[in-house]
Design a protein around this ligand. Structure first.
Ligand code: UD1
Ligand code: CA
Length: 462
């Protein structure tokens, strides 16, 4: 929409959350609240989007660094009306409509916003506000209408009379203003109210006094416009999103054995015929292919599993990729851009950090592989450790195709084990191993015949 600008109010601390983190950075289903609002704003394709920041402004800016935005800093934060006053340079010379959104109303649908903008434009109101009807309106500003049904003003919960508190139509904090109208009244806001704040909501009454027209669009689904003010609100909305997500996945062909103990973030994708066992958490932008099986007590965060991957019980996989046909776990830990090839087997108590493992390789038991580049068809014996850290720096281990590393070996990085080589069990490898060679780096075995029997006999005599 080319005569539309959007301003998101996100400067508040969120006192009721009792947090050091600014409210709009609290995560909902794996994503900060502000990201939801911003995505809704972007879907309208406005001329420009502004965000009013204040409390911990730098942190909020850093979170949004990847987007094309204008920031307005409001410090101190003297209320929603004050935020719009401070942001005046963003909107005052822009002809057309300014849409105002709250950074703490995350579920607002793009379709609702475009319907609001269309209604506002076609009705030629100076301001069109979005309201909703709530069985329990506690905490919200109430919409006061005159006998003709026209909106007269908005009264905040804390300033409302007992009679006004009974009104179930509430302000969602989302509005469209004509900038030419807003500029006439924005400086007339006062802070004569219970919170001594400049309320944006007072604009409605000020416009009416100037005989300017104010309209209301009622949002049918109140959940869409729920504000997050407390941790309880956050938990409630988390539950709502979780249920919706699981329903969607099941509708798309994913088997979820126990939806009550399965947690899947909004941005996660799961392919069909994948089975999720109880106590599975899939976080952030995780992608799971089809026909995968994820057994109990597994957390997968910001990772990709291709098709036909099995993750056995109690694994943690973060920021990593597992290619098709591989099996991970039980009790495995993959992290930090680890890339597991096709038909690989990673077994019990294996930790892999920032490493590539080629197709059909195996590390089945008790290993640490860090900063390693491992080829195809490699066998990593039980207890193998890449000693990648010298106390100052990390070093790389390269294990080429078809290498066999015997059990309980240490590979002191930097080191290369070339194609087809063997490392004998129990070796401490400090130098590169040539192609097809056998490296033995352990002391020779000596057998003392009859020693144990003699020892036992002498003990018996004592
Ligand atoms: C506000 C409305 C209320 C409405 C409710 C809907 C006012 C006075 N009240 O109340 O009528 O029912 O939203 O959710 O507007 N913010 C700033 N700068 C400030 C203060 C707030 O940017 O100085 C931002 C906050 O970060 C937040 C948004 O504005 O994203 C709303 O502020 P909040 O304090 O949550 O307002 P409510 O009390 O919920
Ligand atoms: Ca709020």
């Amino acid at each position: 929409m080319n005569n539309l600008n959007v301003l998101i109010l996100a400067a508040g601390k969120g006192t009721r959350l009792k947090s050091n983190l600014p409210k709009v950075l609290h995560a909902l289903s794996g994503k900060p609240l502000i990201e939801y609002v911003l995505a809704a704003a972007q879907s309208l394709a406005p001329r420009k989007i502004g965000v009013v920041v204040g409390y911990e402004a730098e942190r909020v800016k850093a979170q949004l660094a990847g987007h094309t935005l204008e920031f307005v800093v409001q410090d101190p934060q003297l209320g929603t009306g004050h935020a719009v006053q401070i942001a005046r340079p963003f909107w005052e010379d822009e002809p057309g409509t300014l849409m105002l959104l709250s950074g703490d109303v995350p579920l607002i649908a793009a379709s609702t916003l475009s319907a609001l903008a269309m209604h506002h434009a076609s009705s030629r109101y100076s301001c069109t506000m979005l309201s909703t009807l709530l069985p329990d309106p506690a905490g919200y500003g109430r919409v006061l209408r005159n006998p003709a049904g026209e909106v007269e003003r908005i009264v905040e919960q804390r300033d409302a009379s007992p009679q006004e508190l009974k009104i179930q139509e509430v302000n969602t904090g989302i509005y469209c203003f004509e900038t030419t109208a807003l500029v006439q009244i924005i400086d007339e806001l006062t802070c004569k109210n219970s919170q001594t704040e400049y309320y944006l909501t007072d604009c409605v009454e000020l416009l009416k006094k100037k005989k300017l027209r104010v309209g209301v669009v009622i949002c049918e689904d109140p959940r869409e416009v729920s504000g997050i003010n407390s941790r309880a609100d956050l938990a409630q909305m988390e539950g709502l999103l979780r249920e919706r997500k699981l329903q969607q996945l099941m509708a798309d062909g994913v088997t979820i054995l126990d939806p009550l103990s399965t947690y899947v973030d909004q941005d996660v994708v799961v392919g069909k015929d994948t089975i999720l066992y109880p106590n599975v958490l899939l976080e952030k932008k995780t992608v799971i292919g089809s026909e995968c099986v994820v057994y109990p007590n597994v957390r997968i965060s910001a990772s990709t599993l291709e098709d036909n991957v099995t993750v056995l019980d109690s694994c943690l996989i973060s920021e990593s990729r597992v290619r098709s046909g591989s099996q991970i776990g039980p009790f495995a830990h993959l992290k930090n851009h680890t890339d597991i090839g096709k038909q690989v087997r990673i077994g019990n108590f294996v930790e892999i950090k920032k490493s590539v493992v080629g197709d059909k390789s195996k590390a089945a038991h008790l290993s640490y592989l860090g900063d390693a580049d491992i080829g195809r068809g490699v066998n990593i014996g039980a207890g193998t450790i890449t000693c990648n850290y010298d106390g100052f720096q990390k070093h790389k281990t390269t294990i080429e195709d078809d290498v066999f590393i015997g059990s309980d070996s240490q590979l002191i990085a930097p080191v290369i084990v070339k194609k087809g080589a063997y490392v004998a069990a129990g070796s401490t490898v400090t130098r590169d191993v040539p192609e097809d060679a056998l490296a033995i780096a352990r002391s020779h075995q000596e057998n003392k015949e009859g020693w144990a029997k003699m020892k036992r006999q002498s003990k018996l005599k004592e």
